[in-house]
Structures are given as C-alpha cells and as structure tokens.
Design a protein around this ligand. Structure first.
Ligand SMILES: Cc1cc2nc3c(=O)[nH]c(=O)nc-3n(C[C@H](O)[C@H](O)[C@H](O)COP(=O)(O)O)c2cc1C
Length: 588
C-alpha cells in the first residue's frame, strides 16, 4: 500500500468571504504549486472545496440565468428510436428487488430496454408553479441540474436496430439516440469476455451543468449523482431479473472511446462529457460475470458514428480550471479488477432477523414515485423496525449477494454517523453504523474518546449499530448541514463518513470518485426505503465539512464526511402541480 505524502504547505489558499464569493480559480491555474502527485491534487481539491462556517467553496455566488445549461443533451443527426411503454407497467413487488432469485427474467428486447431506462434515468414528473415548469427524474440530482448522461452498447434488437450500436439515452423523449453502428464481428470481439446475452451501460458527467451553479465543489456533486445513477441502473436491472456489475478495470481512455466521448469532431464548441463508468448487464444469473480475461478493446475504424452534440449554454462567463484539474487527477488507467474478500459480513437472517418477503408497494411505484422532500414536518416518528430495516439495506451480506452492493467489488468505505431525532423506543442522540463490521474498532479510535459505543439493544445481531451519545441533536444536525432545517426536522439525518486516505492509498487517486459513488448508492437506497415506509428522504450535498468532523470528534484528515442525508415525514408544497411525463400509448 502506498503512503500519500501530505504537502499541505503547497495547497494554494482561497480568499474571499461568503458575501464576496469571487471565483478564485480565475486568478489561479491549479490546485497545487509545482510538481504534485495525483493523490496530492485530490487532497488539495477536497480541502479547497470544503464549506466552512465563514466561507463557502468558491462559486459564482449568484444565478446567471442567461447561461443556464440545457439539462438535455441531444446529438443532432443521430437516429432517434422511441422506446415504447404500456401504461400498465409491471406489478413486481418492491421487496422482490432484493430477492433477485425469484424475479421473473425479462429477455432482452425493445420492451425490456425501455423498462430498464424508464426505471433508471427517465423523467418521472413535470412540476409546475405558475408559468414555470421543470422536469424531475427517476435519479435525483444536486440542484436538479442532472449532469449525468446515460449510454448503452447493445446488440441488434428487433425494433431497435438491425446492427449492434452505441446509444445515448434521451430522457425527455424516452428514446435512444443511435450514435454509432458496428458489425457482428466487432460485437463478438467486444463482448467476448462476458456471458452470452450481456450488454454494456455507461455513464458520463457534464461538469459544466453543476459548475454553472456550484462552482468548484461541483465535481463532488457530479460524482454523487453518478453514484445515485449507478444504484438506479442496478435497481432497474433487478426489476427485470438482470444482474449488473461495475467494470472497474476499464481505463477512462477506453471508456471515452467506447461511448464516443473522445470525438472532438462531434463536440466542436459543445460542452464535453467526462467518462465516468462502464457496467455490464447480464441475464445469466448463474455464470460468473467477471473472469480473468483480456481487457475491452477500443473501437476501430469499422465503427460508423453519427450525430453532433448540442451546446448547452450560449456562453460560459466563468471557467472552473480546478474542476479540470481534479477530473484529470482522478482518471484511471487500465488496471486489474478490484477483488476483495467479504468475510465477516452478516447473513441476510442476521441483518433482518426475518428477511422481508412481503409488502404491497410495487417496485415501479417506489422507483417512479421517489421524490426529495423539500421540507420535513419536524413531528413524524418512525418505528425501530423501520429504522433497523433501512440501515440493514445499507450493509452487504456474506456472499456479497445483497442488491445493489453486488454491483461493486470493494468492501464498504462509507460509514454512517447518525443524528437520531425521532425513532420510537430509541433515545435521541448520535449513533454510528459501521458498514464494514471490521471497521468498528478503528471508528472508535478516530471518533471522540468519550463516546460510549453501546450496542443498540434489540437491533438485529448483524447490524453494527451503536449509540455514541444521547441527547437532542436537532440543532447540531441543522447547523452542520448548512443550516438546512430538513436535517433537524427529519426523523433522522446522517453524515456519510469515508475511510478516505486509506482508500486513496490502496487504490489510487481515481478511487476518490468511487467514494462518492458509494455514498450516492447509499443515498439512492435510502430514497427508495423511505418511499416504502411512506416517508421521504433528501440528499444533502451542502454541509460544513470540518464542523461535521468536529461533531463526531474526527480530527484526522484520514476520515472525511462525503455526503449527508435526511429521512422523515415530508411537508408537501401545495403550490406545486404535477404534470404527466410521457403519453406512451399515444406515441405508438
Ligand atoms: C448529490 C445531491 C445533493 C443534494 N443536496 C441537497 C441539499 O443540500 N439540499 C436540498 O434541499 N436538496 C438537496 N438535494 C436534492 C435535490 O435538490 C433533488 O434531488 C432535485 O431537486 C431533484 O428532485 P427529486 O430528487 O425529487 O427528483 C440533493 C440531491 C443530490 C442527488
């Protein structure tokens, strides 16, 4: 394991108070002076983009509405294939998402591809106030700016295309844009390492969409959003009886090439997309998905591309070179796949006592009905059973079987510091959930020495849940979440504390992105679990980093808070009306 040399003296200082948020990056070209390793750039970026009580991370500081980015990427000139959907939908119960062995398998077809994107990345509502309307999606996004773009590399499918092709998903139309076609020989070569019937999905980020509003911290939010979208893809696959695994050994260069993101001629002045990840989807529940095989090969000249990316903003009045620097520092080379041993994790029985095999909510309602609460009521309490079940969903099981944790190959690096406000039968206070049972001891060492670390009585034996300190922490939770009342008014809120420096030392600077992805996946599960319980959740990207660490007594930079969340009884905004998204049957 490599040790990261900390070079804090080389970090460039930020200037300006909250009221004077000058885009510091305009005056400076980078994050660190002189030679610096990629890991040092990551550490410098993370420090620099912290929100402090007296100073937020650098952003424009006002909304430049004239340059608001278009949330919909389109490729002019690419064929658009609309995806059909029956209004009736699928009756699959929500709980079956987590019991994959009994989900009826949908064969790969135009219809199943349509369901897949519908559940993963589609529009799920248009909201309206007065004359203003805006769309919301199955996957959430910081500021609803939606930097994440979705792609698929699919074989010839009746009604979709006569040849294998690279497609871009267009959520507004619920359609696939055919970006490239290739022949059966190339398809066989590309998919050779994987079981028959597999296909690929990819995600990218348009940094500009988030940076337009959030400035330098935007890279973090783009990564959170990728994590939410990855979980969304995994959950959509589960609803169809499919498996999904992250192909973590693919280099960013190969990924850009496979998705067509490296094609200067197709982007011209349009905002570029950063390649994020590639995942394999398989209908084969038995075959090992990842074998020791040759790496994915880049496309050659036999692949025919079509389409030109649209420009998202008429101009960029501010550039954010710090985001380019952190993107560059976290790009990955071809590397061996991560292989970790999941020994010590609990069985499903130990996590849930009685594994959940009932419930009236359908998977479709949970997925398409998911919404962020804009306010919490400050009064709804939840039962201990619901609380324990939600937390149990966040832990991988013994054989790494639990959905969605079967999609990623590393042991959890994100642990949970909880602010419990109203859980029946539990004292309000600060709690901790170690998502890797082996990390309890080290968490005890890095947090306040006076925390009591009492195992929560009556919680399932496999759930590493501890009371740290009793007391009303509503004001604390609100304060550290940038003063947002949703954190204090929920039944509970939480900080996702990353085993940060050790992860970077183990897997290199590129793993900085993976930490946010894991946090986003935790968040996506909490969103759906809240729906299942008649509650709502909200992701909280705005929090004061070091004050959060102080709340848990964390002084070492080795452990850092990567994301916040709140769960509780929502207050609906009665001024909003909800409009339908698509008129599927009329489109056929
Ligand atoms: C990474 C991330 C950070 C977020 N941060 C906040 C936040 O700090 N405060 C807040 O009220 N909502 C926050 N949200 C919720 C978004 O505003 C919400 O997802 C978006 O408006 C879309 O609405 P929907 O989730 O109902 O689809 C966040 C969401 C994500 C995914």
């Amino acid at each position: 394991m490599r040790k990261i040399a900390m070079a804090s003296h080389r970090l460039l200082p930020l200037s300006g108070e909250t009221k004077d948020r000058k885009p510091a990056s305009l005056e400076r070209t980078g994050l660190v002076e002189g030679e610096a390793s990629a890991e040092e750039v990551v550490v410098a970026y993370h420090e620099r983009t912290k929100h402090h009580f007296h100073r937020y991370a650098a952003s424009l500081g006002y909304m430049d509405w004239a340059t608001q980015p278009d949330p919909f990427r389109r490729y002019a000139g690419a064929d658009l294939v609309r995806l059909p959907l029956p209004k009736a939908g699928r009756p699959l119960p929500y709980w079956q998402l987590y019991a994959s062995a009994i989900v009826p398998l949908m064969p790969l077809s135009l219809e199943s591809v349509s369901f897949f994107f519908r559940y993963a990345l589609s529009l799920t509502a248009w909201k309206q106030v007065g004359d203003t309307t805006w769309p919301l999606r199955a996957n959430p996004s910081s500021g609803n700016l939606h930097p994440t773009e979705g792609y698929a590399v699919l074989p010839a499918i009746k009604g979709l295309g006569d040849t294998p092709a690279v497609y871009h998903y267009a959520p507004k139309e619920h359609a696939l844009e055919r970006r490239a076609i290739f022949d059966a020989k190339r398809w066989t070569e590309l998919l050779a390492p994987f079981p028959d019937g597999s296909f690929l999905v990819g995600l990218s980020s348009v940094h500009w969409r988030e940076a337009w509003k959030y400035g330098e911290r935007a890279f973090r939010y783009c990564q959170h959003d990728v994590g939410h979208a990855l979980a969304s893809l995994r959950i959509a696959a589960a609803a169809l009886g499919w498996r999904l695994v992250l192909l973590d050994s693919v280099s960013d260069g190969t990924l850009s090439n496979l998705l067509g993101l490296d094609r200067d001629e197709d982007f011209a002045a349009a905002e570029r997309e950063e390649a994020e990840l590639l995942a394999l989807i398989s209908q084969d529940l038995q075959a090992p998905l990842l074998t020791e095989s040759k790496p994915l090969t880049a496309h050659g000249s036999s692949v025919l591309w079509q389409g030109r990316a649209n420009t998202l903003s008429p101009e960029h009045r501010v550039e954010w070179p710090v985001i380019d620097a952190i993107a560059q520092a976290t790009r990955r080379c071809e590397s061996p796949p991560i292989k970790e041993n999941f020994s010590g994790f609990p069985s499903e029985d130990e996590l849930f006592r009685t594994p959940i095999r009932q419930g009236l909510l359908t998977a479709e309602r949970a997925i398409l009905g998911r919404r962020s609460a804009v306010a919490m009521d400050g009064s709804t309490a939840i039962s201990r059973a619901v609380f324990f079940r939600m937390l149990a969903r966040l832990i991988p099981t013994q054989e790494q079987q639990a959905m969605p944790w079967d999609a990623i190959p590393w042991r959890p690096r994100i642990h949970i510091g909880l602010f419990v406000h109203r859980v029946d039968g539990l004292a309000p206070g600060i709690y901790a959930l170690a998502r890797d049972p082996d990390k309890v001891d080290i968490l005890k060492r890095v947090m306040h020495s006076e925390f009591c670390w009492h195992r929560v009585p009556d919680c399932p034996p496999g759930l590493p849940l501890y009371l740290l300190r009793e007391g009303d922490c509503r004001a604390l939770a609100t304060t550290v979440s940038c003063g947002q009342n949703i954190a204090g008014d929920g039944a509970f809120s939480l900080a996702m504390i990353a085993d940060y420096m050790d992860s970077l030392a183990m897997y290199g600077s590129g793993f900085y992105r993976n930490l946010f992805w894991e946090a986003g996946m935790v968040g996506q599960l909490l969103y759906l679990e809240a729906e299942e319980s008649g509650l709502r959740a909200t992701g909280i990207g705005c929090y004061f980093d070091d004050p959060v660490h102080a709340a848990f007594g964390i002084v070492s930079r080795e452990w850092q808070s990567f994301y916040h969340f709140t769960v509780g009884g929502p207050v609906e905004d009665s001024r909003l009306t909800t409009l339908p998204t698509y008129n599927f049957e009329e489109q056929q």
